[in-house]
Design a protein. Structure first.
Length: 231
C-alpha cells in the first residue's frame, strides 16, 4: 500500500504544477482516544460514494490513517516502526537526536520524519476525495478551501468503558491509557502543525456519548454538503 500511495502522489500531485493549486476536498476526523473515528470514516466514505459516485477517471472517495505513516517510512526508506514511534511521541529528544546523527550520519531525525508525514498529509489532502483519520490532519490541511474538520469526543469514563470492551484492560487501566494517549496525540498535533492549536480550527465537535456512529455520519455528511466539500 505504501509504495502504491507514493507513486500515486508523484503522478497526481508532486510532479504536477497545476495540481499544486488543488484544494481537496478533504475531511479530517480527530478524536479523543477511544472514540470510534475509524467506524465513522468507513461509513462516511460509503455514504459519500453511494450518493456522489465518481467517474472512472476520478479518484474515488477513500479514507486513510496509518497508511500515511507507512508511506512516509517508504519514502524515507526506514522501518515503519520508527515512524510510528515518532507519531506516538515516543521518539528521541533533540539532544539524543543530535548525538544519533553524529554517531550515524545517515540516521533520520524526528524532525525530518514529522516533516515527511506533514508533506504526505498535505499531498493526499490536495489530491482530494479523502477522509483523513488522526495524525494531526487539521493542523496541516486547515487552510485548504474545500475542507471540513471534525473532532469526536466523549468523557474519559465512556471512552474507558469502550476500550475495556475492545481490549483486555481493567477499567482503571483503560482510563489511564485513554488519558496518556490523549496527551501524546495532542503533543504530536502541536509539533506537526508548528505549534498550532488544532482545537481552534475544528468545524464541528461531536459527542460520541450522545450520538451513534450513523447519526454522526449523517451530521458530518450534511455539514460537508453545506460547506461544499461534497457536491
Amino acid at each position: 500500500m505504501a509504495n502504491i500511495l507514493i507513486e500515486y502522489l508523484r503522478h497526481k500531485y508532486w510532479e504536477s504544477a497545476d495540481e499544486a493549486e488543488s484544494t481537496g476536498p478533504v475531511i479530517t476526523i480527530s478524536r479523543a482516544y477511544g472514540c470510534p473515528a475509524v467506524e465513522v470514516a468507513q461509513e462516511l466514505v460509503a455514504r459519500i460514494s453511494a450518493e456522489y459516485p465518481q467517474s472512472p477517471d476520478i479518484l474515488p472517495w477513500h479514507w486513510l490513517s496509518k497508511e500515511i505513516l507507512q508511506a512516509s517510512a517508504y519514502e524515507l526508506d526506514i522501518d515503519p516502526s520508527r515512524v510510528e514511534e515518532v507519531a506516538a511521541e515516543e521518539g528521541r529528544n533533540i539532544v539524543k537526536d543530535i548525538l544519533m546523527s553524529v554517531a550515524s550520519p545517515e540516521a533520520v531525525s524526528d524532525a525530518r520524519i514529522r516533516a515527511t508525514i506533514a508533506h504526505m498529509i498535505e499531498s493526499v489532502a490536495r489530491a482530494g476525495n479523502v477522509v483523513l483519520v488522526g495524525l494531526g490532519g487539521v493542523a496541516i490541511t486547515r487552510q485548504l478551501r474545500r475542507s471540513l474538520h471534525i473532532r469526536l469526543q466523549a468523557c474519559v469514563d465512556w471512552r474507558a468503558r469502550r476500550l475495556k470492551e475492545q481490549n483486555s484492560y481493567s477499567i482503571v487501566e483503560a482510563r489511564r491509557v485513554a488519558q496518556e494517549q490523549e496527551i501524546r496525540r495532542s503533543e504530536f498535533r502541536k509539533r506537526l502543525g508548528g505549534g498550532v492549536d488544532a482545537h481552534a480550527h475544528f468545524d464541528m465537535y461531536l459527542n460520541c456519548e450522545k450520538f451513534t456512529v450513523s447519526e454522526i455520519v449523517d451530521l458530518v455528511f450534511k455539514a460537508a454538503q453545506i460547506r461544499g466539500v461534497i457536491s
